[in-house]
Design a protein around this ligand. Structure first.
Ligand code: MRU
Length: 340
Protein backbone atom coordinates (compact mmCIF):
# COMPACT_ATOMS: atom_id res chain seq x y z
CA UNK A 1 0.00 0.00 0.00
CA UNK A 2 1.03 3.61 -0.52
CA UNK A 3 0.28 5.99 2.37
CA UNK A 4 -0.22 9.65 1.48
CA UNK A 5 3.00 11.67 1.28
CA UNK A 6 3.45 14.07 4.19
CA UNK A 7 6.44 16.36 4.75
CA UNK A 8 9.07 15.84 5.99
CA UNK A 9 9.42 12.38 4.60
CA UNK A 10 9.60 9.55 7.16
CA UNK A 11 10.03 5.80 6.48
CA UNK A 12 7.98 4.78 9.55
CA UNK A 13 4.29 5.52 10.05
CA UNK A 14 1.85 4.42 12.72
CA UNK A 15 -1.77 4.00 11.60
CA UNK A 16 -3.22 3.12 15.01
CA UNK A 17 -3.11 -0.62 14.36
CA UNK A 18 0.03 -1.33 12.38
CA UNK A 19 3.49 0.03 11.80
CA UNK A 20 4.02 0.94 8.15
CA UNK A 21 7.64 0.61 7.05
CA UNK A 22 9.08 1.63 3.72
CA UNK A 23 10.96 -1.53 2.77
CA UNK A 24 14.55 -0.33 2.32
CA UNK A 25 15.68 -3.65 0.86
CA UNK A 26 13.67 -2.91 -2.27
CA UNK A 27 14.71 0.70 -2.83
CA UNK A 28 15.30 2.33 -5.24
CA UNK A 29 13.64 -0.20 -7.57
CA UNK A 30 10.32 -0.25 -5.71
CA UNK A 31 8.68 1.87 -3.02
CA UNK A 32 6.88 -0.83 -1.06
CA UNK A 33 5.32 -0.26 2.35
CA UNK A 34 5.18 -3.20 4.76
CA UNK A 35 2.28 -3.44 7.21
CA UNK A 36 3.65 -4.92 10.41
CA UNK A 37 1.32 -5.92 13.22
CA UNK A 38 3.47 -7.87 15.69
CA UNK A 39 6.58 -7.16 17.76
CA UNK A 40 8.17 -10.27 16.24
CA UNK A 41 7.50 -8.80 12.80
CA UNK A 42 9.25 -5.58 13.83
CA UNK A 43 12.25 -7.54 15.19
CA UNK A 44 12.50 -9.41 11.88
CA UNK A 45 12.23 -6.17 9.89
CA UNK A 46 15.10 -4.72 11.93
CA UNK A 47 17.27 -7.83 11.63
CA UNK A 48 16.63 -8.18 7.89
CA UNK A 49 17.10 -4.44 7.37
CA UNK A 50 13.69 -3.57 5.96
CA UNK A 51 14.18 -0.73 8.43
CA UNK A 52 17.74 0.37 9.21
CA UNK A 53 19.82 3.25 10.53
CA UNK A 54 20.38 3.69 14.26
CA UNK A 55 17.57 6.17 15.10
CA UNK A 56 15.05 4.44 12.80
CA UNK A 57 15.54 1.04 14.42
CA UNK A 58 15.06 2.62 17.86
CA UNK A 59 11.79 4.17 16.71
CA UNK A 60 10.63 0.92 15.08
CA UNK A 61 11.41 -1.02 18.27
CA UNK A 62 9.33 1.42 20.34
CA UNK A 63 6.35 0.79 18.04
CA UNK A 64 7.07 -2.94 18.32
CA UNK A 65 6.44 -2.70 22.08
CA UNK A 66 3.14 -0.91 21.39
CA UNK A 67 2.10 -3.70 18.99
CA UNK A 68 2.90 -6.33 21.62
CA UNK A 69 0.87 -4.49 24.26
CA UNK A 70 -2.02 -4.08 21.83
CA UNK A 71 -2.20 -7.83 21.32
CA UNK A 72 -1.10 -9.25 24.67
CA UNK A 73 -0.97 -6.48 27.28
CA UNK A 74 1.91 -5.74 29.67
CA UNK A 75 3.29 -9.30 29.76
CA UNK A 76 3.60 -9.47 25.98
CA UNK A 77 5.17 -5.99 25.94
CA UNK A 78 7.78 -7.09 28.50
CA UNK A 79 8.60 -10.17 26.39
CA UNK A 80 8.87 -7.95 23.33
CA UNK A 81 11.56 -5.86 25.04
CA UNK A 82 13.80 -8.93 25.02
CA UNK A 83 13.01 -10.03 21.44
CA UNK A 84 13.50 -6.55 20.04
CA UNK A 85 16.74 -5.90 21.95
CA UNK A 86 18.28 -8.96 20.31
CA UNK A 87 17.48 -7.83 16.75
CA UNK A 88 20.78 -6.00 16.04
CA UNK A 89 23.69 -5.43 18.45
CA UNK A 90 25.60 -2.28 17.49
CA UNK A 91 23.22 0.70 17.37
CA UNK A 92 22.59 1.77 20.95
CA UNK A 93 19.47 3.73 19.96
CA UNK A 94 17.63 0.40 19.91
CA UNK A 95 18.37 -0.18 23.62
CA UNK A 96 17.85 3.49 24.47
CA UNK A 97 14.33 3.42 22.98
CA UNK A 98 13.49 0.11 24.65
CA UNK A 99 14.65 1.45 28.02
CA UNK A 100 12.25 4.35 27.59
CA UNK A 101 9.41 1.94 26.84
CA UNK A 102 10.45 -0.21 29.81
CA UNK A 103 10.18 2.80 32.13
CA UNK A 104 6.59 3.36 30.95
CA UNK A 105 5.81 -0.31 31.63
CA UNK A 106 7.40 -0.10 35.07
CA UNK A 107 5.24 2.91 35.99
CA UNK A 108 2.09 0.76 35.40
CA UNK A 109 -0.05 3.63 34.07
CA UNK A 110 -3.82 3.28 34.18
CA UNK A 111 -4.11 3.09 30.40
CA UNK A 112 -0.92 1.22 29.52
CA UNK A 113 -1.56 1.12 25.79
CA UNK A 114 -2.23 4.83 25.56
CA UNK A 115 0.92 5.58 27.59
CA UNK A 116 3.11 3.30 25.45
CA UNK A 117 1.70 4.78 22.26
CA UNK A 118 2.36 8.29 23.55
CA UNK A 119 5.96 7.39 24.40
CA UNK A 120 6.61 5.84 20.97
CA UNK A 121 5.13 8.91 19.30
CA UNK A 122 7.35 11.10 21.46
CA UNK A 123 10.49 9.12 20.59
CA UNK A 124 9.71 9.50 16.89
CA UNK A 125 8.79 13.20 17.13
CA UNK A 126 11.83 14.07 19.22
CA UNK A 127 14.11 12.41 16.70
CA UNK A 128 12.76 14.60 13.91
CA UNK A 129 13.24 17.76 16.00
CA UNK A 130 16.75 16.72 17.01
CA UNK A 131 17.65 16.20 13.37
CA UNK A 132 16.37 19.67 12.54
CA UNK A 133 18.60 21.11 15.28
CA UNK A 134 21.67 19.14 14.20
CA UNK A 135 21.17 20.05 10.54
CA UNK A 136 21.38 23.75 11.47
CA UNK A 137 24.30 23.32 13.91
CA UNK A 138 26.32 21.22 11.48
CA UNK A 139 25.65 23.32 8.38
CA UNK A 140 26.78 26.45 10.26
CA UNK A 141 30.24 24.86 10.61
CA UNK A 142 30.63 24.29 6.87
CA UNK A 143 32.30 27.14 4.98
CA UNK A 144 31.00 28.19 1.56
CA UNK A 145 32.41 26.28 -1.37
CA UNK A 146 32.97 23.06 0.62
CA UNK A 147 33.34 19.69 -1.06
CA UNK A 148 31.78 16.96 1.06
CA UNK A 149 31.89 13.18 1.14
CA UNK A 150 29.38 11.02 3.02
CA UNK A 151 29.18 7.31 3.76
CA UNK A 152 26.27 4.90 4.23
CA UNK A 153 22.76 6.35 4.46
CA UNK A 154 22.07 8.79 7.25
CA UNK A 155 19.07 10.53 5.75
CA UNK A 156 15.34 10.53 6.38
CA UNK A 157 15.37 6.79 5.67
CA UNK A 158 17.64 6.14 8.65
CA UNK A 159 15.75 8.34 11.12
CA UNK A 160 12.38 9.83 12.02
CA UNK A 161 12.92 12.30 9.16
CA UNK A 162 15.48 14.75 7.71
CA UNK A 163 18.48 12.66 8.78
CA UNK A 164 21.69 13.20 10.73
CA UNK A 165 24.77 13.61 8.50
CA UNK A 166 22.56 13.84 5.42
CA UNK A 167 20.42 16.40 7.24
CA UNK A 168 23.52 18.58 7.61
CA UNK A 169 24.33 18.12 3.92
CA UNK A 170 20.74 18.95 2.98
CA UNK A 171 20.85 22.14 5.08
CA UNK A 172 24.32 23.15 3.81
CA UNK A 173 23.06 22.68 0.24
CA UNK A 174 19.98 24.80 0.97
CA UNK A 175 22.31 27.49 2.36
CA UNK A 176 24.31 27.38 -0.90
CA UNK A 177 27.49 26.32 0.88
CA UNK A 178 28.36 23.18 -1.05
CA UNK A 179 30.58 22.99 -4.12
CA UNK A 180 30.11 19.22 -4.45
CA UNK A 181 28.63 16.17 -2.74
CA UNK A 182 30.03 12.66 -3.08
CA UNK A 183 28.42 9.54 -1.63
CA UNK A 184 30.15 6.19 -1.31
CA UNK A 185 28.46 3.02 -2.55
CA UNK A 186 28.83 1.57 0.97
CA UNK A 187 29.60 -2.03 0.28
CA UNK A 188 28.29 -4.62 0.66
CA UNK A 189 24.71 -3.57 1.39
CA UNK A 190 24.92 -0.48 -0.85
CA UNK A 191 23.18 1.98 1.48
CA UNK A 192 24.93 4.82 -0.36
CA UNK A 193 24.26 3.66 -3.92
CA UNK A 194 20.67 2.60 -3.28
CA UNK A 195 19.42 4.90 -0.55
CA UNK A 196 21.54 8.06 -0.24
CA UNK A 197 21.54 8.69 -3.96
CA UNK A 198 17.75 8.05 -4.01
CA UNK A 199 17.22 10.61 -1.25
CA UNK A 200 19.54 13.21 -2.75
CA UNK A 201 17.98 12.92 -6.18
CA UNK A 202 14.45 13.23 -4.72
CA UNK A 203 15.64 16.47 -3.10
CA UNK A 204 17.30 17.72 -6.29
CA UNK A 205 20.74 17.82 -4.65
CA UNK A 206 23.42 17.09 -7.25
CA UNK A 207 25.76 14.34 -6.03
CA UNK A 208 28.07 11.76 -7.46
CA UNK A 209 28.44 8.18 -6.40
CA UNK A 210 31.93 6.77 -5.82
CA UNK A 211 33.25 3.37 -4.86
CA UNK A 212 35.01 3.23 -1.49
CA UNK A 213 38.13 2.27 -3.45
CA UNK A 214 38.03 5.59 -5.33
CA UNK A 215 37.95 7.83 -2.26
CA UNK A 216 41.73 8.22 -1.71
CA UNK A 217 42.15 9.11 -5.37
CA UNK A 218 39.26 11.57 -5.13
CA UNK A 219 40.69 13.25 -2.05
CA UNK A 220 44.11 13.60 -3.66
CA UNK A 221 42.92 14.65 -7.12
CA UNK A 222 39.89 16.86 -6.46
CA UNK A 223 40.11 17.53 -2.74
CA UNK A 224 37.45 16.91 -0.12
CA UNK A 225 36.94 19.42 2.71
CA UNK A 226 34.60 17.42 4.94
CA UNK A 227 33.81 13.79 5.55
CA UNK A 228 30.33 13.90 7.14
CA UNK A 229 28.98 10.69 8.69
CA UNK A 230 26.47 9.42 11.22
CA UNK A 231 27.02 7.01 14.11
CA UNK A 232 25.57 3.85 15.58
CA UNK A 233 27.18 4.08 19.01
CA UNK A 234 29.54 6.63 20.51
CA UNK A 235 31.55 5.66 23.60
CA UNK A 236 32.21 7.93 26.58
CA UNK A 237 35.62 8.88 25.15
CA UNK A 238 34.19 9.86 21.74
CA UNK A 239 35.22 6.69 19.84
CA UNK A 240 32.51 6.21 17.23
CA UNK A 241 31.07 3.05 15.70
CA UNK A 242 29.55 3.57 12.28
CA UNK A 243 29.11 1.70 9.02
CA UNK A 244 32.08 -0.44 8.02
CA UNK A 245 34.52 1.69 6.04
CA UNK A 246 34.06 4.85 8.12
CA UNK A 247 37.36 4.32 9.95
CA UNK A 248 39.24 3.92 6.66
CA UNK A 249 37.63 7.11 5.33
CA UNK A 250 38.53 9.02 8.52
CA UNK A 251 42.18 7.94 8.20
CA UNK A 252 42.17 9.02 4.55
CA UNK A 253 40.55 12.33 5.48
CA UNK A 254 43.31 13.01 8.02
CA UNK A 255 45.99 12.12 5.44
CA UNK A 256 44.48 14.53 2.91
CA UNK A 257 43.66 17.47 5.19
CA UNK A 258 39.87 16.93 5.19
CA UNK A 259 37.91 17.38 8.40
CA UNK A 260 35.67 14.72 9.90
CA UNK A 261 32.21 15.59 11.22
CA UNK A 262 30.11 12.99 13.06
CA UNK A 263 26.43 13.89 13.39
CA UNK A 264 24.34 11.97 15.95
CA UNK A 265 21.66 12.63 18.56
CA UNK A 266 22.58 12.04 22.20
CA UNK A 267 20.51 8.83 22.05
CA UNK A 268 23.47 7.41 20.06
CA UNK A 269 25.93 8.17 22.86
CA UNK A 270 26.56 5.34 25.29
CA UNK A 271 28.23 6.84 28.35
CA UNK A 272 28.22 3.39 29.98
CA UNK A 273 30.88 2.28 27.52
CA UNK A 274 34.37 3.66 28.22
CA UNK A 275 35.86 3.27 24.76
CA UNK A 276 35.19 1.90 21.30
CA UNK A 277 36.84 -1.39 22.31
CA UNK A 278 33.65 -2.31 24.16
CA UNK A 279 31.23 -1.63 21.30
CA UNK A 280 29.74 -4.89 19.97
CA UNK A 281 30.29 -5.14 16.24
CA UNK A 282 27.58 -6.92 14.27
CA UNK A 283 28.84 -9.68 11.97
CA UNK A 284 26.45 -10.23 9.07
CA UNK A 285 26.12 -13.05 6.58
CA UNK A 286 28.84 -13.45 3.97
CA UNK A 287 26.01 -13.74 1.43
CA UNK A 288 25.78 -9.94 1.41
CA UNK A 289 29.37 -9.68 0.18
CA UNK A 290 28.92 -12.40 -2.40
CA UNK A 291 25.80 -10.67 -3.72
CA UNK A 292 27.62 -7.31 -3.89
CA UNK A 293 30.40 -9.03 -5.83
CA UNK A 294 27.84 -10.48 -8.24
CA UNK A 295 28.54 -14.09 -7.16
CA UNK A 296 25.63 -16.44 -6.56
CA UNK A 297 27.74 -18.67 -4.33
CA UNK A 298 31.22 -18.67 -2.85
CA UNK A 299 33.96 -20.60 -4.59
CA UNK A 300 34.42 -23.81 -2.53
CA UNK A 301 36.31 -23.39 0.72
CA UNK A 302 36.38 -19.58 0.69
CA UNK A 303 35.83 -17.78 3.99
CA UNK A 304 33.91 -14.49 3.94
CA UNK A 305 34.01 -11.98 6.79
CA UNK A 306 31.36 -9.32 6.95
CA UNK A 307 31.62 -6.94 9.94
CA UNK A 308 28.83 -4.39 9.48
CA UNK A 309 30.50 -1.61 11.51
CA UNK A 310 33.91 -0.33 12.55
CA UNK A 311 35.12 2.08 15.22
CA UNK A 312 36.76 5.38 14.40
CA UNK A 313 38.98 6.51 17.29
CA UNK A 314 37.98 9.90 18.71
CA UNK A 315 41.38 11.30 17.69
CA UNK A 316 40.25 11.21 14.04
CA UNK A 317 37.06 13.20 14.68
CA UNK A 318 37.13 17.00 14.40
CA UNK A 319 33.50 17.76 15.25
CA UNK A 320 30.73 15.82 16.90
CA UNK A 321 27.41 17.52 16.19
CA UNK A 322 24.62 16.51 18.59
CA UNK A 323 21.20 17.93 19.35
CA UNK A 324 22.68 19.32 22.60
CA UNK A 325 25.48 21.17 20.86
CA UNK A 326 28.75 20.71 19.03
CA UNK A 327 31.76 19.01 20.60
CA UNK A 328 35.10 19.95 19.09
CA UNK A 329 37.66 17.14 19.09
CA UNK A 330 35.60 14.78 21.29
CA UNK A 331 37.32 13.52 24.43
CA UNK A 332 36.10 11.97 27.69
CA UNK A 333 36.01 15.41 29.36
CA UNK A 334 34.21 17.08 26.45
CA UNK A 335 31.64 14.28 26.36
CA UNK A 336 31.03 14.60 30.09
CA UNK A 337 30.44 18.33 29.67
CA UNK A 338 27.76 17.53 27.07
CA UNK A 339 25.83 15.55 29.69
CA UNK A 340 26.46 17.82 32.66
O1 MRU B 1 23.57 -1.24 8.80
P1 MRU B 1 22.83 0.05 8.78
O2 MRU B 1 22.40 0.48 7.42
O3 MRU B 1 21.71 0.09 9.79
O4 MRU B 1 23.92 1.10 9.26
C1 MRU B 1 23.56 2.45 9.39
C2 MRU B 1 24.70 3.33 9.67
O5 MRU B 1 25.81 2.90 9.89
C3 MRU B 1 24.42 4.79 9.75
O6 MRU B 1 25.51 5.53 9.34
C4 MRU B 1 24.10 5.15 11.21
O7 MRU B 1 23.10 4.32 11.71
C5 MRU B 1 23.66 6.55 11.34
S1 MRU B 1 22.06 6.76 10.63
C6 MRU B 1 21.43 8.23 11.01
Amino acid sequence: MNPPQTEPFCPLRWNGECLLLLDQRRLPAAETWLEIDTAGGVATAIRDMAVRGAPAIGIAAAWGVVLAAQRGGGTAARDALVTLAAARPTAVNLHWALERMERVLAASPQDLLLALEAEARLIQGEDLEQNRTMARLGADRIPSGSRVLTHCNTGALATGGIGTALGVIRQAHADGRLASVHATETRPWMQGARLTIWELSREGIPASLVTEGATAHLMKRDGIDWLIVGADRIAANGDTANKIGTYALAVLARAHGAKVMVVAPVSTIDMRIESGEEIPIEMRSGEEILRAAGLSEAPPGIAVENPAFDVTPAAFIDLLVTDRGVVERPSREAMQRLFS
